[in-house]
Design a protein around this ligand. Structure first.
Ligand code: AMP
Length: 499
């Protein structure tokens, strides 16, 4: 019996800073952290919450909300963070599914949540002010023990199809992934993390939340991602974590220079594919090679490019120590090096299953206990893994498998193209046909014919796009993932309409 919280209350010594605001002022020390999580934990228990009770949290990002998270696991409750953009229909699904005992929401949402649920509703505003007199609660709290297999967090996966599913993350999952990453990325107490990610997703909550806290190192806490604010904070930081679109936005600012990055040790990217041109441009501009890693809500982080070894553009690096990544065909046989197949993961980081969905859970694991990620991937001769796309985005045209990323990589190198997304659209002859959705660079005159010829010049002719669409911006979710389901729907309708 233990509690993942114990991992996070070590590392710091008296007076160590926990949170700096972007102006460089200490807003909380680690002693504050210990006391405030103690007060929140006492509040939760005194409010009648028991071990295993769910707490839904949908509030603005604040250091207080981050501490509330640690307090929930400290008190043995299950933390259920929700994306702040979810609306009423989605919220009622989460409430029905998670059946929470408490909801922490923005003050403006109290009524909505009261109408949706019988749970106790408490508010926290964007300044981290909670609607409870915290001072009336003792700051000493004896962390409650849970078994390693008990749930610490339920993360609803972004789910581009169907209703989001609640991934049950155990205390053991939380601990193992934090320890593995901290060692692999050689985190020390001297590191300073620049935190500008949302904290309702594993990237900002687990990766960027756990590593500094377990090492007692400080966080420069930005409530939102503002490229200028991030660049101004870089000289005081050693580690930055972002999604690929954060990196392209940083690159669009002339203030990003070698000098601004002079104290940085590590830039990390994940949650969506980092394009090779972005990786190269960042290296040229700053002298830093971005470390790309790969993970998902159900597993935490699975792979990473190394700290000391080669960091390869377009790859997500090597399997992390203790984590098995196998790439197999539809019969679960290994496809070998340099072949594309289904990526499956086994290890202490892999979640317990989907909340309330035993059948779905059973169908997402192989007989040998590997989790079926739904990602297509390939291993090179040195075991570096490349994510080729989601299997549901695979295009099968005339019986041939076409991996969108291969075509996107070619197009993203073409003069005049900012970025691209390749999707399959229904076709009466071939089943599906390749279609390219293109965002042009400003003042580019690139044409449909040029796009088609460029693909033909570089790849087999069956990979050429039958349709080319130009749009201003690719639809992305908040973690920077291109929402191909939206593109498929939009352009299928457009084709039906024009036929
Ligand atoms: P989520 O559960 O929302 O974190 O989404 C997980 C999915 O994001 C994975 O299954 C991948 O499809 C994708 N993903 C995460 N990191 C990367 C990466 N570095 N490159 C490509 N795809 C990624």
């Amino acid at each position: 019996m233990s509690n993942a919280y114990e991992l996070f209350s070590t590392g710091a010594t008296e007076g160590d800073a926990f949170i700096y605001n972007p102006k460089g002022q200490i807003t909380y020390t680690y002693e504050d952290f210990e006391k405030i999580t103690g007060m929140y934990a006492n509040f939760l228990r005194e409010a009648g919450l028991n071990s295993g009770d769910r707490i839904i949290v949908q509030v603005a990002k604040s250091p207080e909300c981050l501490m509330f998270y640690f307090a929930c696991i400290r008190a043995g409750c299950i933390y259920v963070p929700l994306n702040t953009s979810y609306k009423s229909d989605e919220l009622s699904h989460f409430i029905k599914d998670a059946d929470p005992s408490m909801i922490l929401c923005d003050p403006a949402q109290i009524k909505q949540f009261r109408d949706l649920s019988h749970a106790k509703v408490v508010s926290m505003d964007s300044n981290g002010e909670i609607s409870v007199d915290l001072r009336s609660f003792d700051s000493q709290f004896k962390t409650l023990y849970r078994s390693d297999n008990d749930i610490a967090v339920i993360i609803y996966t972004s789910g581009t199809t169907g209703r989001p599913k609640g991934a049950m993350i155990t205390h053991a999952n939380v601990k193992s992934n934090a320890i593995t990453l901290s060692k692999y990325w050689k985190w020390t107490k001297e590191d300073v993390l620049l935190h500008a990610l949302p904290i309702f997703h594993i990237h900002g909550l687990f990766v960027a939340g756990h590593l500094p806290v377990m090492n007692g190192s400080p966080i420069i806490f930005c409530e939102h991602f503002h490229p200028r604010q991030v660049i101004l904070s870089l000289p005081k930081s050693t580690v930055y974590m972002g999604v690929p679109t954060n990196y392209t936005r940083l690159l669009s600012r002339s203030e990003l220079t070698r000098w601004s990055c002079r104290n940085m040790r590590l830039f990390i990217s994940g949650s969506a594919p980092l394009q090779a041109p972005t990786f190269e441009a960042f290296k040229q501009r700053t002298g830093h090679t971005i470390v790309e890693r790969y993970g998902m809500s159900e597993t935490g982080m699975n792979t990473s490019n190394p700290i000391n070894g080669k960091r390869k553009a377009g790859t997500v690096g090597l399997a992390l120590p203790g984590i098995e990544c196998r790439i197999v065909d539809d019969n679960n046989d290994d496809v070998g090096k340099n072949s594309t197949g289904n990526l499956q993961i086994r290890g202490p980081n892999v979640f317990k299953g989907y909340w309330n969905m035993p059948d779905k859970t059973a169908s997402e694991f192989s007989r040998e206990g590997f989790f079926l990620t739904g990602d297509l991937a390939r291993k090179d001769n040195e075991n570096y893994i490349s994510i080729v796309g989601r299997s549901k985005d695979l295009i099968i045209s005339g019986g041939l498998n076409i991996y969108p990323k291969e075509i996107e990589d070619v197009l993203n190198q073409m003069e005049g193209i900012e970025e691209s997304a390749i999707i399959g659209l229904p076709d009466p002859d071939y089943g599906e046909t390749v279609s390219a959705v293109i965002v042009k660079k400003r003042e580019s005159n690139v044409t449909e014919e040029e796009v088609k010829s460029f693909i033909k010049e570089h790849l087999a002719s069956f990979k050429t796009a039958k349709y080319v669409f130009f749009i201003d911006e690719l639809p992305r979710n908040v973690m920077g993932k291109v929402q191909k389901n939206i593109l498929r729907k939009t352009f299928t309708e457009q084709l039906e309409y024009s036929n």
